[in-house]
Write a protein that binds this ligand. Structure first.
Ligand code: SAM
Length: 440
């Protein structure tokens, strides 16, 4: 039986190619959309996929950040003529012509990797080559019912000279633009409350997509800092809760400069549950609280070494737990600064995995960022937990180090996945090595 599916063209960005497919797959899975990625090529911004309907394409791409738009795919060719032949030869061409004959419309022109900006005369000339389609609706540049896009793909420019002739022409009817515009809305430059740890907008939104943050569910960031991931989660409709060991992060920088006020600024205050000052390793959230998604950026130990509540030297601290100052228990006073002890990143990440295995529902996702040095001779060991399936390991490379978004799915007790089996994972201190420019 012939497939009732239609062809759609994805036009993706070429930044973070590593994360692109993970985002598309995660969103498709979240909406129960089956997609065959056989045409997917990490080196290309184009991918043709088969989908049931425009509605399905809209639902899928509306949230994507690493896609620009999805089009009903009409045809492709190495020359304009060849592309027109492909459009005419398409089995549903006559049907398409009829369906949109009377719709108001406009044409848009995109160049991938070069080409000159087209003047009006060239645009009109190109539009005229589509005469055979028989568009009878009126041209409406502001709010057309249909937008047709001609994309020209060029060879990579040599030096500063862009290639003169396109490698290929692609044509389609716009079905949905992506959520890329949100990168501008959530741009850190415009955010009222931010700090040195704030995470950039693009990859925090992408992280929330790969983590499958869903509207009306509970998302938790145990290392909330200035709340970048809470903001991204709130944007996708989750109810967000955060905590951080550093009360200064939670208190913010005065009126209208804290995490809650960022939510007001984005008109998303109803998504913000709360943030609390808390050491993750002494977690006070109810143990039977189901957390749908955990998304975070744990301390890398770069700016300051990793510390948790506790006494470095328990013997010296013994007996001081209940110290009384001015008739009040010291730890109940507002100015009390609890003692902290050093902790390792490995141990903290193990705690995060164990916590997630306990709190996430089956199928729930944990996503977090982990730094690694790019040494050829040091194997990167990814933390593992027997109940969690490691679904994605998306790497963002910098010069001498990289960070990776690790995404796990809770598969429950019966899963019995691989573990690290007591392997020492970070033999050398990342913080020291970062400041020594990875020369040691
Ligand atoms: C890399 S930053 C996260 C930044 C955050 N994504 C933001 O948007 O600002 C890590 C955060 O973890 C916090 N932290 C460190 N140790 C912690 C612990 N044991 N429990 C909770 N938070 C901790 C730090 O205070 C810091 O704010």
């Amino acid at each position: 039986m012939a497939s009732s599916k239609k062809q759609y063209l994805l036009y993706m960005v070429q930044t973070h190619p590593n994360f692109r497919r993970a985002e598309l797959e995660s969103l498709a899975d979240m909406f129960g959309i089956e997609v065959d990625f056989c045409d997917y090529d990490e080196g290309s911004p184009f991918c043709v996929v088969e989908l049931e309907s425009d509605e399905q394409a809209q639902q899928w791409i509306r949230r994507s950040v690493l896609t620009k738009a999805v089009f009903e795919f009409w045809g492709r060719g190495t020359t304009l003529e060849e592309m027109h032949e492909a459009i005419r030869a398409h089995p549903t061409f006559e049907q398409r012509k009829e369906q949109f004959k009377h719709s108001s419309f406009k044409f848009e022109f995109e160049n991938y990797r070069g080409g000159k900006k087209k003047d009006m005369a060239t645009k009109v000339k190109q539009i005229e080559t589509f005469r055979y389609v028989g568009f009878e609706g009126k041209i409406d540049m502001k709010s057309p019912e249909q937008t047709y896009t001609l994309i020209e793909e060029y060879e990579a420019p040599t030096g500063k000279t862009p290639a003169a002739t396109p490698l290929s022409y692609l044509f389609g009817r716009l079905v949905q633009v992506s959520d890329r515009a949100s990168m501008d809305v959530y741009d850190l430059k415009k955010r009222p409350y931010k700090g040195t740890t704030s995470f950039e907008a693009e990859l925090s939104l992408v992280s929330a997509n790969i983590a499958q943050v869903k509207p009306g569910t509970l998302m938790y960031d145990p290392f909330a800092g200035t709340g970048s991931f809470l903001t991204a989660g709130g944007h996708y409709g989750a109810l967000v809760l955060g905590s951080d060991i550093d009360g200064r992060m939670i208190r913010g920088k005065g009126a209208n400069a804290d995490i809650g006020s960022n939510f007001k600024y984005y008109h998303e205050a109803s998504q913000f549950l709360d943030v609390l000052t808390m050491d993750f390793t002494h977690n006070s959230l109810r143990s039977d609280l189901v957390i749908d998604t955990i998304l975070c950026d744990p301390p890398y130990g770069i700016r300051e070494s990793i510390k948790v509540l506790g006494a470095k030297d328990p013997e010296r601290f013994a007996g001081k737990e209940n110290l009384i100052i001015d008739g009040e228990k010291a730890f109940l006073r507002k100015d009390y600064i609890p003692t902290k002890k050093p902790y390792s990143l490995d141990a903290l990440l193990d705690d995060l995995l164990a916590y997630s295995a306990e709190r996430l529902p089956l199928g729930g996702r944990l996503a977090f960022w982990m730094p690694t040095a790019n040494d050829e001779n040091v194997e990167t060991i990814i933390p593992l937990h027997q109940n969690l399936e490691l679904k994605y390991d998306c790497v963002q490379e910098f010069n001498k180090w990289s960070r990776r978004l690790l995404v796990y799915i809770n598969r429950g007790d019966g899963y019995n996945g691989p573990t690290n089996g007591g392997v020492q994972r970070s033999p050398s201190n990342f913080r020291e090595r970062y400041f020594n420019h990875f020369t040691k």
